[in-house]
Design a protein around this ligand. Structure first.
Ligand code: SPV
Ligand code: MG
Length: 588
């Protein structure tokens, strides 16, 4: 019977007209095959390319056998096992919610292998499989296609029927690929096979051609006369206007290998360039930044989940350490290093601070260096530089670090030593802003007095849980210049701000805004951390006070430096430091 006569006896195919309803992936692929519009499947070969295809706007993915083999570095001859292919499909299905049509070669064996394949594909959310009527193991159709033996029609029809009988989801699609034109068997054979496969239950026919013109495809489509959806792969007749496919009544076009080919040409030129020039500088601006890879991997979702399941204090904290200054009063010992690299009881001041952060599980640590930044040991930190350190103050340094911050953050002077609980109590404070204030008598445990803290209540150490707010901080230099305003509690301050501020993720938004406003001021380069705290308070921020009573040290002059060693020894485990005899001899 001629194909056109069969067509006349077949009722019109049902059309799924409703779009935008929540469909499974299989239903979406079936809808694409049956829709009146010309649809497109784009090749992908791994999770990353599947994500890129989705973001480009495609509605479905062709999991190309050629491309998946190629990205494994093997030939398109069933050298990769079918389970390796299915493993890759799992990554693709996870990375993209698009329907995926697997290029299932010959079904990887006989009807029985086909049944198992269909079960495994359904389990992994794959929308359909295309099988071709060649013999296992196959060879790519464009490699000596005419020499490749075709499958027996009845055997192949049985394989299709076995697949259809196996699928659980009625919308899972099996596309039968006719290789008769590739193998040089002619149009009649192609039509005969397509019809047999349709009758065996195939949901669509893929008619393949290796000519550079679409003639065979157009003829086939005319003879086929709408008996079922037709799928084509115009790799060879690529210059054909897409309108020709529409006019021919094609259902779906597969762009079959263009992701792996474009990736290959990009990789070849970048590899060549880096090899020849022995530098990255020529390619950096011509390839995606690493952050784009993070975005495609959905790194933000991981961070959000981390906050949810590990708790905000677990790994999502950052710290910024202001360490740009040489240290006034310490010139004699800082010719070759900044203050933070002064050795205290055998290790640099900065390392004491970093170790304290790490103990609190704060691992994302940015240190802002300036003076002799080359002498700062960068191990375990992100080092940024305030190039204008000689002419600027603390807020200019903070600005160098703050834009990159997104999680809860401790901002700290670089010259602090403290007992562990001081940092722990600070990060455990629930407020958006919290500061550590030392309520011990001014000057008692620190010779150099700087940031006076005026608070809503003085430290009543018997009253745990009472919230105390910071009202104003007056820094040493500021105190000389201006008196606390009339609204601030007069007379004695309630303590001293030790130089540590904790800011929540939400608080960070406000801090960035206030810092942005301060940057507009002509005197910005002279502003210090107390100026920021006062500006935050003026902008309505509630800054909670965490009182301590001693138990910390700042290093501001040679005498502080000398005494710091005693304090540090007292923080060292028993038996670990020979000089630990000073434990308990002072208030620290
Ligand atoms: C594939 O993409 O692996 C295909 C299409 O099967 S083709 O390479 O044109 O045969
Ligand atoms: Mg293939």
């Amino acid at each position: 019977m001629k194909a056109s006569m069969i067509a006349a006896s077949i009722p019109a195919l049902p059309r799924i007209v409703k779009k935008n309803i929540a469909l499974t992936r299989s239903a979406k692929l079936r809808q694409m095959l049956l829709s009146d519009e010309l649809e497109f499947l784009m090749e992908a070969h791994n999770g990353l390319s599947a994500r890129i295809v989705r973001e480009a706007g495609f509605s479905g993915i062709w999991a190309s056998g050629l491309s998946i083999s190629a990205q494994f570095g093997v030939r398109d001859n069933n050298e990769a096992s079918w389970t390796q292919i299915v493993d890759m499909l799992e990554f693709m299905a996870d990375a993209s919610d698009l329907p995926i049509l697997l290029d299932g070669d010959t079904g990887y064996g006989n009807f029985n292998n086909m049944r198992r394949l269909v079960r495994k594909l359904e389990q992994r959310g794959i929308a359909g499989v295309c099988i071709e009527d060649k013999q296992f193991p196959k060879t790519n159709s464009f490699l000596n296609g005419e020499r490749q033996p075709l499958a027996d029609i009845a055997e192949f029809a049985g394989k299709i029927a076995a697949g259809k009988d196996t699928q659980n989801d009625p919308t899972f699609s099996i596309v039968a690929r006719v290789e008769a034109l590739i193998a040089g068997w002619g149009m009649d054979e192609a039509l005969r096979r397509a019809e047999a496969y349709r009758l065996a239950g195939a949901d669509a026919i893929l008619i393949h051609s290796k000519l550079s013109k679409p003639d065979e495809i157009v003829t086939f489509a005319r003879e086929w006369a709408g008996r079922g959806p037709l799928v084509i792969v115009p790799t060879r007749y690529y210059s054909t206007p897409t309108e020709v496919f529409r006019a021919a009544g094609i259902s779906t076009v597969i762009w079959a290998n263009h992701m792996v080919r474009s990736a290959t040409s990009a990789m070849q030129s970048v590899a060549r360039e880096i090899h020849a020039s022995q530098t990255l500088v020529n390619v950096e601006d011509r390839i995606v930044p690493v952050n784009e890879i993070f975005r495609l991997q959905d790194a933000d979702e991981y961070s959000a989940a981390e906050r949810l399941y590990l708790g905000v204090s677990a790994t999502s904290r950052s710290a910024v350490v202001l360490a740009a200054s040489r240290g006034k009063g310490l010139e004699a010992v800082t010719t070759d290093r900044p203050k933070v690299m002064l050795p205290i009881a055998g290790k640099p001041l900065l390392r004491w601070l970093i170790d304290s952060f790490k103990k609190e599980n704060i691992n994302d640590i940015t240190v802002v260096g300036g003076y002799r930044v080359d002498a700062i040991d960068p191990a375990g930190i992100r080092l940024v530089v305030n190039e204008r350190y000689a002419h600027t103050s603390e807020l200019a340094s903070l600005t160098c670090a703050v834009d990159a911050l997104e999680s809860d953050t401790v901002i700290s002077y670089g010259d602090l030593l403290f007992r562990s609980y001081v940092l722990r109590d600070l990060v455990e404070a629930a407020a958006d802003f919290s500061v550590v204030v030392d309520s011990s008598p001014t000057g008692a445990s620190n010779r150099t007095v700087r940031d006076f803290a005026y608070c809503s209540r003085s430290d009543d150490r018997g009253l745990f849980g009472t919230q105390v707010l910071l009202k104003r901080v007056v820094s040493g230099s500021e105190k000389k210049l201006e008196r606390p305003q009339a609204t601030a509690p007069e007379t004695a301050p309630q303590g001293r701000w030790i130089g540590m501020l904790n800011v929540s993720r939400q608080g960070l938004v406000k801090l960035k805004a206030v810092l942005g406003e301060l940057r507009e001021r002509p005197d910005f380069d002279t502003l210090d951390m107390p100026a920021l705290l006062n500006a935050l308070i003026a902008a309505g921020a509630a800054i909670e006070v965490v009182y301590v009573h001693g138990h910390w040290r700042g290093v501001n002059d040679l005498e502080d430096f000398r005494r710091a060693a005693d304090f540090a020894h007292a923080q060292t485990p028993f038996g670990a430091a020979p000089g630990a005899a000073t434990v308990g001899t002072s208030r620290e």
